[in-house]
Design a binder for this molecule. Structure first.
Ligand SMILES: Nc1nc2c(ncn2[C@@H]2O[C@H](COP(=O)(O)OP(=O)(O)OP(=O)(O)O)[C@@H](O)[C@H]2O)c(=O)[nH]1
Ligand SMILES: [Mg+2]
Length: 478
């Protein structure tokens, strides 16, 4: 079952029908009854999934090369889409590509190509066609009609995977919200028209049709109600998160966020660094919930390290929106460790995609340490690290390079601080404790008038402790 199931189980009845109804589902698909999951004449069935779970669907991929991109870009996009489809639990049986100056408004690909796609879909007996680019609701509807089968896009596949992997209450609510928002403009009446339909089973779902109301209106009202409920729930959870953040700020513990492309090895690295026990899988989007652990750095500072949800090219904006409060972790962090899979076919493209998303969520300005991972299987990792000054090459798997990474993190965090000499009266143990909490104590010695301390402090800490700071002679390096 997916995590996107409404809690008030309005749809239990319909879901029950789908369970084990393998044959029916398959034959239904070839009837042109408008009940495709993509444009969703039948909102609410199959527990919200875009890709069938009761059997492995056969899927055709469609990629379009638009300027300034090359055919190689399109193939690389489709390679990744194939991985996404596989992760979602379906099999790719073929690809269709087209080069165009711009998408065809009605069907994204040209008329002749639609015909070719339909013939191929029939020949290979595929269940669903997946486009690598986002389709408008109208394009999706037109394509489904022309092809006689479900047409979805990369966004739907990613939403589907997220729905399968969400486990926390917040994660589930976020995915469900993103799915509903994606679906709302795609709701159609059965048969593909906005026809007046008998209420049918819908009448029992707590959203009875009023006089003159179409089934479509009932569906839309029901989804909107659910969207509002989810938004309210998520707001409550976000408020709790704010409280936690305030507590962290008060304790002045700094936060290091591990960010990066999906499957780069962020969770493996968190486990390696902190002994956490986060699920690691050779699977896209294994992590949807951030895990945070204490991390002791060389030099004595203890920080918090947090794992985050992975990014991907063309990450659906509905998801970014819905996951805003989770993604805020990166924007709030004192520093990002950007984990890059050095063994991936195109690490640069992945880094670019990650930076795009970081910019979108307001984390573009957070200091970033590049960490090329999987050096054990990527001979290129060291060369990549050389090309990016200040970066490190590691293997989260074997532990190679981890000490250097820890040093680099400690040093980078220190870079924002300045060393000060302080004189603290002997009876001010509280101030001494504060210095230890706020900064990194480099030396500490009892003098004639009190404790003489040299410590690295952030500007805010230095301002608070100003009255204990001894001015250094001009020209003395700090
Ligand atoms: N060879 C090798 N494999 C690694 C290394 N680090 C991680 N992996 C593998 O890469 C895959 C993904 O690792 P994860 O830690 O789950 O990656 P992630 O970035 O958390 O991925 P998502 O949460 O799905 O975004 C797993 O199969 C890991 O075993 C490494 O240093 N070397
Ligand atoms: Mg992970």
């Amino acid at each position: 079952m997916t995590g996107a199931e409404p809690e008030d189980t309005e749809d239990t009845e319909e879901m029950g029908e789908t369970e084990g109804a393998e044959k029916t589902v398959r034959t239904d698909r070839t009837d042109d009854d408008g009940s495709h999951r993509g444009a969703l004449g039948e909102f609410g069935t199959t527990s919200g999934a875009f890709i069938e779970r009761t059997f492995r669907e056969k899927i055709l991929l469609v990629g379009v090369t638009l300027p300034p991109h090359t055919d190689d870009d399109t193939e690389a996009g489709l390679d990744e889409l194939e991985l996404l489809v596989d992760t979602a639990g379906a099999d790719v049986v073929g690809r269709v590509v087209q080069r165009r100056d711009r998408p065809e408004p009605a069907t994204y690909i040209g008329k002749g190509k639609v015909e070719e796609l339909r013939a191929l879909a029939e020949a290979v007996d595929c269940d669903t066609v997946v486009f690598d680019d986002e389709l408008s609701p109208a394009q999706q509807g037109n394509l489904e009609k022309a092809l006689g089968r479900t047409a979805i896009d990369r966004t739907a596949v990613i939403l589907d995977i997220f729905a399968q992997n969400a486990s926390s209450q917040e994660g589930k609510a976020q995915v469900e919200l993103a799915m509903h928002r994606y679906r709302l403009p795609r709701l159609r009446g059965k048969g593909g028209s906005l026809s007046q339909q008998a209420g049918g089973a819908g009448g029992g779902l707590g959203a009875r049709r009023g006089p003159g109301e179409t089934q479509l209106e009932v569906d839309r009202r029901r989804v909107l109600r659910r969207v509002h409920k989810l938004e309210a729930d998520l707001k409550d959870i976000a408020a709790h998160r704010v409280t936690q953040r305030k507590a962290r700020k008060r304790s002045r513990t700094r936060l290091v966020a591990l960010v990066g492309y999906t499957n780069a090895g962020k969770s493996t690295l968190l486990n390696r660094l902190t002994g956490a026990d986060v699920l690691v899988q050779d699977r896209l989007f294994a992590t949807l919930d951030a895990t945070t652990r204490r991390l002791d750095l060389p030099g004595g500072e203890t920080v918090l390290a947090t794992d985050t949800v992975g990014f991907v090219r063309k990450l659906p904006h509905h998801l970014v929106e819905a996951f805003r409060s989770t993604l805020d972790v990166a924007a709030e962090a004192d520093m990002l460790v950007h984990v890059v899979d050095a063994s991936s076919p195109d690490p640069d493209a992945q880094m670019e995609a990650v930076r795009d998303v970081l910019g979108t969520i307001g984390a573009g300005e957070v200091p970033e340490l590049l960490c090329f991972n999987k050096v054990d299987v990527a001979p290129d990792a060291k060369r990549l690290a050389d090309r990016h000054p200040g970066s490190v090459a590691v293997s989260a798997g074997t532990g190679e390079g981890i000490d250097a990474l820890l040093d680099a993190i400690a040093e980078r965090l220190r870079a924002g601080t300045v060393a000060y000499d302080l004189l603290v009266p002997f009876d001010r143990g509280d101030v001494l404790a504060e210095i230890h909490r706020e900064g990194e104590v480099l030396s500490e010695e009892a003098g004639a008038d009190g404790m003489q301390v040299t410590a690295r402090l952030e500007p805010s800490g230095a301002a608070r402790l100003e009255r204990f700071v001894i001015p250094r002679a001009a020209g003395t390096p700090r």
